[in-house]
Design a protein around this ligand. Structure first.
Ligand code: COA
Length: 373
């Protein structure tokens, strides 16, 4: 039997089967349902990828048009949910807002049986950006935004609600690409949490609520916000190199680096890095990009640690005028596709997920009644 000592954090343990994704598989790399991530990020839209994950195959033109129309029709928020969002304090973290929002939606629009799982997934995909931006704009600008915009894409819809105007094609495309890169990643912590919840035959809202809770932490999705806070501390590459060297000497973690599965690079990083450079050039200020590159080179030279998907995603979002505290919630707006696909896959061949633990507590104790202790 495999013991916990050898498998701390389940590293290297195969905990189930999936047809959705390969992560760092020899000869395949990162694929979604057999499609290479670079083919998808270069040529597909996020809606095509969402359809691929949730429906099992890439859509044809007619299917995609129908899917986009369906998602657009599901963006509006029920009045009761808007009320709840208004009651959540302005100082809350938006990951907590989404966690509450999804949970509340599960009360007013319950899944009502597994035969509705596809529609539940589409509803969540369509309305998560609305939930997030409704709360954000209400508390930062004091406005109750219309969550139904004309934009066809999730990325366009997101940026439109955030900035009150349709985005440039460059910004829309860059956000769309990060949504593709974040959509799915096999048995990562939040997906696995969602599958554990699903394994008890619970509902999709519960699985997604739990997954949001898992994604929130800085060792997982929260790393993109922490990476932004790090690079903003430095005003020159030299300062960054010195600062990061000091952090490494103090054994501090540098967020946005390292990975449980990848050993030499994260395939998503090169795409994010290219976009970060492009957006820095557009902004006419290379400082953040140069600082990021300096951090990247110190991490590789000193520790052979590489930037993961979260590191350059941080500056990509920053250059589009997205506030840092919305970075991890964007991850949710994308990963909902992977989570929901895993919920459906788990249900299709369900077995309760209940591992064993090595007991390390005291031996059998003699019970002493309370008044004799
Ligand atoms: N900064 C500094 N050191 C790091 C590091 C980082 N980002 N990531 C790993 N290390 C070091 C660890 O301290 C450890 O050193 P040690 O052997 O001297 O104790 C060694 O590398 C192995 O790391 P470990 O934490 O055991 O690997 P893991 O597989 O358990 O963790 C992560 C993987 C992703 C949790 C880890 O790399 C990390 O914390 N990264 C930062 C958070 C992050 O970016 N998360 C997003 C992941 S997509």
């Amino acid at each position: 039997m495999t013991t916990a000592k050898k498998t701390g954090g389940l590293a290297g343990v195969t905990a189930g089967a999936t047809a959705l994704c390969t992560v760092g598989k020899e000869g395949a790399g990162l694929t979604y349902r057999g499609y290479d991530i670079y083919d998808l990020s270069d040529n597909a839209s996020f809606e095509e990828v969402a359809y691929l994950l949730l429906h099992g195959a890439l859509p044809n033109r007619q299917e995609l048009d129908g899917y986009i129309a369906k998602l657009k029709s599901l963006r509006d928020l029920p009045a009761a949910l808007r009320q709840v969002l208004e009651m959540i304090p302005a100082g809350a973290h938006p990951m907590d807002v989404l966690r509450t929002g999804v949970s509340f939606l599960g009360n007013i629009e319950p899944e009502g049986g597994f035969s509705n799982q596809q529609d539940t997934a589409d509803r969540l995909l369509a309305c998560l950006p609305s939930m997030l931006l409704y709360w954000h704009r209400f508390h930062t600008d004091g406005v109750r935004i219309d969550t139904e915009t004309d934009d066809d894409s999730v990325a366009g819809h997101f940026l439109h609600m955030l900035h009150d105007k349709a985005p440039s094609e460059l910004h829309r495309k860059c956000l769309d690409t990060t949504l593709i890169l974040y959509a799915e990643h096999e048995f990562n912590a939040s997906t696995f949490a969602g599958r554990v919840i699903t394994g008890t035959l619970s509902d999709m809202h519960s699985a997604v609520t739990g997954a949001i809770g898992a994604l929130r932490g800085p060792l997982h999705g929260g790393a993109n916000e922490a990476a932004m806070e790090l690079i903003q501390k430095f005003s020159t590459p030299e300062e960054a190199m010195k600062g990061v060297m000091g952090m490494l000497e103090r054994k501090e973690l540098i967020m946005g680096f390292g990975h449980r599965v990848y050993t030499t690079s994260d395939p998503r990083n090169s795409v994010n890095k290219k976009m970060s450079k492009m957006l820095a050039e557009e902004a006419g200020d290379m400082t953040l990009y140069d600082v990021s590159e300096a951090v990247e080179s110190v991490m590789w030279n000193e520790k052979k640690l590489f930037a993961n998907a979260d590191f350059f995603a941080a500056s990509v979002y920053h250059f589009m005028g997205i506030p840092t505290y919305l970075f991890t919630p964007i991850f949710v707006c994308s990963r909902i596709t992977g989570w929901a696909a895993h919920v459906m896959e788990q249900r299709a061949n369900n077995k309760l997920i209940r591992p064993a633990a090595d007991y390390i507590g005291p031996g059998l104790q003699k019970f002493v009644p309370i008044d004799e202790r």
